[in-house]
Design a protein around this ligand. Structure first.
Ligand SMILES: Cc1cc2nc3c(=O)[nH]c(=O)nc-3n(C[C@H](O)[C@H](O)[C@H](O)COP(=O)(O)OP(=O)(O)OC[C@H]3O[C@@H](n4cnc5c(N)ncnc54)[C@H](O)[C@@H]3O)c2cc1C
Length: 379
């Protein structure tokens, strides 16, 4: 499907081409249009936001939406407020961490497909153009900008763009093509299912995490009477123990202390979907005429539950970097300073996150000899 705004057409010069219309790309398009950037083109390979994990948004989402000029009444759009986490971490007794005690308001259990589709639609309503089911077939540097060949199912589009932004998520497709190297910190994977959930089992309004010998479980209530349930472990452990097999997954679920009560096991055995969920980052955040943000820049362990809010924060920071850079020669000193500032922010964010990640994993000491926990005790 193609949505055209009059600002972007085939063979035209545009200001910013954004590869990927997930939360990071769509929010950046919104921020750029809000700041008056004339032409913004979003290119996404999928027709619509696909089934994905990432439904627990941290407190702070509402204020980010307001900063992007969006209506933050999420409950009215079917998302569920989440008041905290129940965690079995570091000991067998569930501990309640209530968000309500924080100044940022509640967290959210999102309908991710609906949330992502809404951000895309808002970007288009502000004047961005969205090419979905599209890919960047070729791209070359052209003076201070880029010449890009975009293929959709129906036709080829050639555009000249002053900036290209990599918001493609974990593939970091454009940044890697531009020479950035991807570093993987671990091989965490999520084995996930969605199940019907009975309401009022004493856990409503809370997400849950439960540490086990081979990793940890996550469960959250979703809008529409469903729950998301996932086991996070390392790829090699998942393979060796055949965790994707419905029976093995079911047995592991049945042996949890609390997750099995949070979301009852379905009658039929379900084959979990496997998602890459490890920490990864690229070694260049920005170059002449391009930058990366969201998961393309740094993808976080789901334990942080801040991928969505982080993507929106990145979008605001990326807009603040790109807007002045659009008016500058890429080789000038002022442009270099702006690029350094964007890098410094990314470095600081990654360092802060790695320190927090290590401290959370080290709090769990019950399975010191288990491979999953040993690996996290040293990094
Ligand atoms: C198992 C798991 C659990 C998670 N749980 C949480 C959670 O509870 N809370 C939370 O906040 N976050 C969570 N996250 C993280 C969160 O989902 C991401 O951080 C967030 O989606 C990042 O947004 P993004 O826009 O950077 O990338 P994405 O959401 O991945 O969007 C990237 C977009 O780019 C498109 N694309 C990719 N490659 C190309 C290409 N070559 N050309 C064109 N388009 C392309 C894709 O179709 C997609 O639309 C979880 C992630 C995982 C894996």
């Amino acid at each position: 499907m193609t949505w055209f705004s009059p600002a972007v057409g085939a063979g035209r010069t545009i200001d910013v081409l954004i590869l990927g219309a997930g939360p990071a790309g769509a929010a950046l398009a919104l921020a750029l249009k809000r700041a008056g950037v004339a032409s913004v083109l979003l290119v996404d390979r999928s027709a619509r936001p696909s089934l994905r994990m990432g439904e627990s948004a941290a407190p702070g989402l509402n204020s980010l939406l307001r900063r992007l000029g969006l209506d933050d009444r999420l409950e009215g759009r079917g998302h569920r407020p989440c008041y905290g986490n129940l965690s079995l971490w570091g000991g067998p007794t569930p501990i309640v961490e209530e968000f309500a005690t924080r100044a940022d308001g509640p967290g959210w259990n999102l309908d991710r497909e609906a949330f992502d589709a809404w951000l895309r639609a808002e970007a288009v309503a502000r004047g961005a153009t969205l090419e979905s089911q599209a890919r960047l077939a070729a791209v070359v540097r052209d003076g201070d900008g880029w010449r890009a060949d975009i293929r959709t199912g129906e036709r080829n589009l050639e555009v000249r763009s002053r900036w290209i932004v990599d918001a493609s998520g974990r593939p970091a497709a454009f940044a890697r093509r531009s020479g950035a190297r991807l570093h993987r910190f671990d091989r965490l994977v999520a084995l996930a299912v969605r199940v019907e959930s009975a309401e009022s089992r004493g856990f409503d309004g809370f997400s849950m995490i439960e540490a086990v010998e081979i990793g940890w479980w996550y469960a959250a209530r979703l809008p529409g009477g469903k729950s998301a349930v996932a086991l996070m472990t390392d790829m090699d452990i998942a393979r060796e123990t055949d965790l994707q097999s419905p029976d093995v997954f079911r047995q592991a679920w049945a042996s949890t202390a609390e997750v099995r009560r949070f979301a009852s096991l379905p009658d039929l055995a379900l084959r979990p979907v496997l998602f890459a969920a490890g920490t990864q980052f690229i070694d260049r955040a920005i170059g002449p005429g391009w930058l990366a943000l969201g998961d393309a820049l740094v993808a976080l362990d789901p334990l942080s539950a801040s991928g969505v809010t982080g993507a929106l924060e990145d979008a605001i920071a990326a807009a603040e970097a790109i807007i002045p850079l659009l008016g500058l020669e890429s080789r000038g000193g002022e442009a270099r300073n702006l690029r350094s500032a964007y890098c410094a922010r990314a470095n600081a964010m990654l360092t802060r996150y790695l320190v927090e990640r290590r401290s959370i994993y080290r709090r769990e000491k019950r399975w010191g000899s288990g491979r999953f926990w040993q690996r996290r005790a040293v990094i």
